[in-house]
Design a protein around this ligand. Structure first.
Ligand SMILES: [Zn+2]
Length: 237
């Protein structure tokens, strides 16, 4: 196949550009599918579950604390009322009944105070769990945001390089004949399609070439494309 000198160097550069474009696509896929981001997402999902549990624990204890508090107020109000009635009554029998009711209300008040204190202690510790889980969630969130920003910047950079290379590619293709391009596209699907003799080897497959091969490649007319006997790459000068 024939291709002039300008076309041959464009063909060599084209194979490099295509390789870079393939690498950029791969880098973009790797960046978007970041393992670190995936792990942060999993951490966030698990901490979200912890957060729901911690919040509902706090809410339950708040309800319990309010109930204990209400009960305590009711008992205190009944104690006050009974004491008032005790002061006003002239019947010793009523006084005795009121006195014993007050004593049992005082015991009940003691129990309710103990309950409330225990609930308050539980509430305090579950609030500190909630604070800890929330701040862990915030930490994961901000790490994720930072990582996403970094990934976005990296992907933007890669895309910009990709656009530049795609434009370069158009220019190079313009210097290569349609016949050679067809052969190139077919070959490039499978392998590095273009090579040169460098250090007595094919630069595409890195295999050493024997003296006969090197001689026959260098004796080809200047505008004739050769082939590597090892990998079938098109050999340019
Ligand atoms: Zn080769």
């Amino acid at each position: 196949m024939k291709l002039d000198k300008v076309g041959q160097s464009a063909l060599l550069r084209l194979s490099e550009v295509d390789l870079e474009i393939t690498q950029i696509k791969h880098e973009i896929t790797t960046a978007i599918g970041s393992k670190e981001l995936e792990s942060l997402r999993a951490q966030l999902a698990s901490v979200a579950g912890e957060l729901i549990a911690a919040r509902s624990q706090v809410e339950n204890l708040e309800t319990e604390q309010k109930r204990a508090d209400d009960d305590l107020h009711l008992v205190e109000a009944r104690i006050a009322r009974n004491k008032e009635r005790l002061n006003q009554t002239s019947s010793p029998k009523d006084a005795q009944g009121l006195q014993s009711e007050i004593e049992s209300l005082l015991r009940r008040r003691g129990e309710l105070e103990d309950t409330e204190l225990a609930v308050l202690a539980d509430l305090e510790s579950s609030q500190s769990v909630l604070t800890e889980v929330s701040s862990r969630r915030d930490g994961i969130n901000s790490k994720m945001e930072q990582l996403q920003t970094e990934i976005q910047a990296q992907v933007d950079g890669l895309k910009a390089r990709g656009r530049k290379l795609t434009a370069d590619r158009e220019t190079l293709v313009g210097k290569i004949s349609a016949e050679v391009m067809t052969a190139y596209e077919l070959l490039a699907k499978r392998q590095l399609a273009v090579g040169q003799v460098a250090n007595r080897s094919c630069s595409a497959c890195r295999m050493g070439l024997n003296a006969n091969t090197i001689d026959s490649l260098s004796s080809l007319p200047e505008d004739e494309i050769g082939y590597c006997p090892e990998c079938q790459a098109m050999m340019v000068r």
